[in-house]
Design a protein. Sequence first.
Length: 452
Amino acid sequence: MRSGRALSHPGPACLRFLRREAGQQAARLPWILACRTRRRRRKGCPAHSGQVAEGPIAEALKAAIRLAKNQERRLRSGHPWVFSNEIESIEDGLGTGDEVVVLDHRGQPIGVGLYNPHSLIAVRLYARHVRPINADLVRDRIEVAQALRRRVLPVEVTYRLIHGEGDFLPGLVVDRYGDYLCVQSLTAGIEQRIEWILELLEEVLRPAGILCRRDSQARTLEGLPLLEPLERGRVPDTVEAPYEGLVLLSDLRHGQKTGEFLDQRENRKRVALEAFGREVLDLYCYTGLFSLHCCMAGATSMLGIDSSAPAIERARANAERNAPGRKLEFRVEEVERALERLGREEARFDMILLDPPALVRSRKALTEGARKYVAINSAALQLLKPGGTLATATCSHHVDAAGFLEILRAAAKHARTELRLVEVLGQSRDHPVLLAARETSYLTMVIAERIR
């Protein structure tokens, strides 16, 4: 048995000494760490020199781009895009669609993304730490996105399931129409992985069929060709899908986007509250969903106008399916010509809806697009009775809410009338907006009343 003096508790003087020593050590800690950091840098430590560390992420870190000085600030705030003019250096051998680690100018990782040398957006980030962009990552994103939709749309089965950057899967759009999915492959990185992404969607969601469309003009900005769709299972020419108490008859194969514009869900319900007992004009009505909501809410008459004959045919089918016998009319006509004709006929309406296509597709087109917005809104205001309601939208992220209100002020001035603002609305919650990326907020709808 080992013998010796028993341990005793420290006395008050000893405790004071220990506390004083601990305080001095804490005060010296930043200086000690700084010295160690300088020694590591002198020795070429990978953590501080930008060299690749050894370990399981080493191979991924070898495929890297380095940003120019101060270009990481927007990314560290949460923005998911790296523009080509922000890059200082690129690893040799990187190809289109390759996984890449984005480093700041000191060599510290910011995130991992997919690279495209042919696009102004050179890298789109998929994670804020270094991990493979594989089935595990995509499955995680799908499950989180699905949980969000179940929370905000608990009884709905028609909605946007994956909204690109808004769900941290840039370049991928997935809309659910009941038992069917319609997918858009919009970037080079997603296009290279689309086969196993579709397999993963089948595995996780078990749809009756998936249609992957590859005909969006957005693909040309990525250097991608427009291609025929991919299909899993069988998707019928007309998909019947429950939607907010209606049954949509949607053409996923040939309709615009994925068949319908699901981003106006909340706005349609809000606008319908203004429709009871009123004569309503719906311009750029597409498949008639605004018209149907207003009709079901008690509008005395509805006139929908769109230049697309297939869209008007679909609108009539939707009306027959959901509102048979109601006073609901759809016409094929260019909206600008319709506005001129209705003006000559001195037609007047209690409520006018305007949901045009994006008139500003780039910053260069902002001035001309704003002029077009002023023109169509001014013409619509001249058809609106005093006390009537205008519900008008823009779907371009280059025109934010403040800019759109300025456009409407100019339109009211041109029409020699005054407007009272009722409400400013945005896209529905199944189209998530990242506060750090204003580009993800693209839809603004304004409800206003004509005063005189």
